[in-house]
Ligand binder design. Structure first.
Ligand code: ZN
Length: 285
């Protein structure tokens, strides 16, 4: 029978040093899982709602139900991907190892008791500059089609389901977020008089939600970076299911979705940055 001491020695050493960036990055992943799990709680009620509302026609009933079922499938898929992801396994293994080493005093806690467990303030003002995102302002004709297409390819590979294309003649990028978000944006590629790339965003859809999102997009802190803009737009893919990180609700008291996006960036042990977009209601900022 193994003594406590022997068991202690069986615990493998931590593979990565527990430095602050690595802990923050692990916390960010846990929060992502927490949000994703919360979304699942609303999955069945949402599918039920879609058939309980009086439809105008059988077609509309079918359309409502299909959208809700697709949204549910997507939410389950997102959570499964997160759980099975190697980074999640790494985080959980690290926590288990740490607990095995010094588990005394570790008890369960409710996230509601520590709502500020992850400081979600934007970190764009810090000195660490992501080389990928530094971006140089191109003088003259604005971003080249080649550069834009490379950026679009990166977005496509990072976000399955998002359709994005460049029309070289009109110098317009069109981005489509699939249902249940069902949002469309057009980005006009241009150059400011100072020679910086400029990207103005509009939508043919004039719904309240689109207008609220466009307002947030217009106030983004990095107006001259296409990759930043595309990532921000892509973060609205779960606008209709991702609750506010502050109040944990999907809709605020005026029945508005959390349209504010705050980017949390964490430096990985290998020096790369991992971005996470947190959703907030305007009133919760
Ligand atoms: Zn809120």
């Amino acid at each position: 029978m193994a003594t406590d001491e022997q068991e202690f020695h069986h615990v493998p050493p931590l593979q990565m040093e527990l430095d602050e960036p690595s802990i923050m990055s692990s916390l960010a992943r846990l929060q992502e899982m927490h949000i994703s799990l919360r979304n699942l709680r609303e999955t069945i009620p949402k599918v039920m709602d879609s058939v309980l509302v009086d439809p105008a026609s059988p077609d509309q009933l079918h359309s409502h139900f299909s959208q809700a079922a697709n949204g549910a499938a997507q939410a389950i898929k997102n959570f499964t991907l997160l759980v099975e992801d190697s980074r999640t396994k790494e985080v959980m293994d690290k926590a288990k190892e740490s607990r095995a080493r010094a588990g005394e005093g570790i008890t369960g806690w409710k996230v509601t008791e520590h709502e500020d467990w992850l400081n979600f303030k934007q970190e764009d003002g810090n000195d660490d500059v992501d080389k990928d995102e530094e971006g140089t302002a191109e003088a003259g004709d604005g971003p080249s089609a080649e550069n834009v297409n490379t950026t679009l390819d990166k977005l496509r590979s990072a976000h399955v389901g998002i359709e994005v294309s460049l029309d070289e003649d009109s110098r317009t990028v069109t981005l489509h977020l699939p249902p249940p978000a069902q949002m469309n944006f057009q980005i006009q590629l241009d150059t400011t008089s100072g020679g910086h790339n400029s990207y103005s965003v509009d939508s043919k859809d004039k719904s309240k939600l689109h207008r609220a999102v466009l307002e947030e997009i217009g106030a983004r802190p990095r107006p001259n970076h296409l990759a930043y803009l595309l990532e921000m737009l892509a973060s609205y893919i779960d606008i209709k299911s991702r609750p506010c990180v502050k109040c944990s609700r999907l809709l605020d008291r005026n029945a508005r979705f959390p349209v504010v996006r705050s980017r949390k960036r964490t430096k990985q042990p290998d020096g790369r940055f991992e971005s996470q977009w947190l959703a907030l209601h305007t009133a919760c900022t």
